[in-house]
Design a protein around this ligand. Structure first.
Ligand code: ADP
Length: 252
């Protein structure tokens, strides 16, 4: 699903954020990307979202080389990914419902579909009763669940949670991890970016550690992943070590 093939990113001005990073995240995996401030985590995310381009090497998402992707294709790439930002990025003048509905409206989805889909995703994140509240009437954990509901509206293949513990207390972050885990159980790939060692180690999941722009540890490191980079992702399903064997493709 995501392949980094000897990727480096040097920002204008000479800051090297990533150095020769090679890794693969397979469809259906749940991965923590761990590193302290300045390690290169945001750059890693920006490359996946094609907010930045690699200076060298290839970033391949769903079989597509992002450095060759045309600008007009980028919105379609991003529609396959749901991002839960650290600061949630909810619109304060809209209710929780409207925030999620808005994300669908901007992609011209018919109102009828919006009216059935929005309550469905609120139910998935366990927030049906608070759909009509404004963000400032919700706790941090609830706002985060609204952000997750919004990330799920387009049935993405990949959910990215950026520093999910940043703005909520530890109990709630556990709740969020459980929700992400349930979403992963139905086949959605989940990438959690964090600087918290405790969070990453608490769950028995793959942890990719970045330090000074380099992958210094990967609990599921493999040697021979690049050759299959352009293959259909279904190949990934044959690797029981990196994937939950019973992960099914179910739309959430
Ligand atoms: P993290 O998210 O782990 O804190 P970042 O990816 O934001 O790390 O940053 C990695 C390195 O790249 C840092 O040294 C940072 O200063 C630098 N950097 C990040 N964004 C930019 C930018 N737009 N321009 C120049 N340097 C940047």
């Amino acid at each position: 699903m995501i392949v980094f093939d000897r990727v480096s990113k040097v920002y204008p001005g000479g800051n090297t954020a990533l150095k020769n990073v090679s890794l693969e995240i397979k469809k259906g995996e749940f991965v923590f990307v761990l590193g302290h401030s300045g390690a290169g985590k945001s750059t890693f995310l920006k490359l996946i979202l094609r907010e930045e381009k690699a200076t060298s090497g290839r970033v391949i998402v769903n079989g597509k080389d992002l450095s060759r992707m045309k600008e007009r294709q980028v919105p379609y790439l991003r529609r396959n990914m749901g991002v839960v930002f650290q600061d949630f990025r909810l619109i304060p003048t809209m209710t929780a419902y409207e925030n999620v509905a808005f994300a669908m409206r901007v992609t011209n989805i018919p109102e009828k579909k919006i009216a059935s889909r929005v309550p469905y995703v609120f139910n998935l994140v366990g927030l049906s009763e608070k759909m009509n509240k404004y963000p400032d009437e919700l706790s941090g954990g609830e706002q985060q669940r609204v952000a997750l509901a919004r990330a799920l509206v387009h049935s993405p293949q990949l959910i990215i949670a950026d520093e999910p513990t940043g703005n909520i207390d530890p109990e709630l972050s556990l709740e969020m991890m459980e929700l992400l885990s349930a979403i992963n159980d139905v086949g959605v790939t989940v990438v959690v970016v964090t600087h918290e060692h405790e969070l990453a180690r608490h769950f028995n999941k793959r942890v990719i550690t970045i330090d000074h722009g380099t992958v210094v540890d990967d609990t599921a490191a493999e040697g021979d992943f690049i050759e299959n980079a352009f293959d259909d992702d279904d190949d990934a399903l044959s690797d029981p070590d990196a994937l939950e064997e019973d992960a099914e493709e179910v739309e959430v």
